[in-house]
Design a binder for this molecule. Structure first.
Ligand SMILES: [Mg+2]
Length: 124
């Protein structure tokens, strides 16, 4: 399998052009984009709503339920679309934000302390 490449800057431009061509930028306020992001995350969650834990674990296996898997992929893409639009409108450098957050997470959750535990950082 080839290296997975997601060019955030390229996609941000593409999505901005998509909105501009449709005169939708006026709707893309931070509030509306954050709302849309949450709605799409909920649509993703809805697909898992009545699955057992085991059924959801089996999902990554191809050919299990192609239609459901495709729908999950589509909702994940929707989430990403609105996250990228929000980052554009708020001028957030997502690469930098991700790096900083993961550095924080590494400090909060040192592997030697939390290995195998699902506790929150204030519980250990
Ligand atoms: Mg959707």
């Amino acid at each position: 399998m080839g290296k997975e490449i997601l060019d955030l800057a390229e996609w941000k431009s593409t999505l901005t052009a998509f909105a501009k061509e449709r005169d939708w930028e006026k709707f893309h306020t931070p509030k509306n984009l954050a709302t849309a992001l949450s709605v799409e995350a909920s649509e993703l969650l809805e697909l898992f709503q009545w699955l057992t834990a085991e059924e959801s674990t089996l999902l990554p296996q191809k050919n299990k339920d192609e239609k459901l898997r495709k729908n999950i992929e589509r909702e994940m893409a929707d989430v990403l679309v609105y996250l990228l639009r929000l980052a554009t409108v708020l001028e957030v450098d997502l690469s930098k934000a991700l790096q900083e957050k993961m550095a924080e997470n590494a400090k909060k959750y040192p592997a030697d302390k939390v290995k195998g535990l699902s506790k929150k950082y204030d519980q250990y």
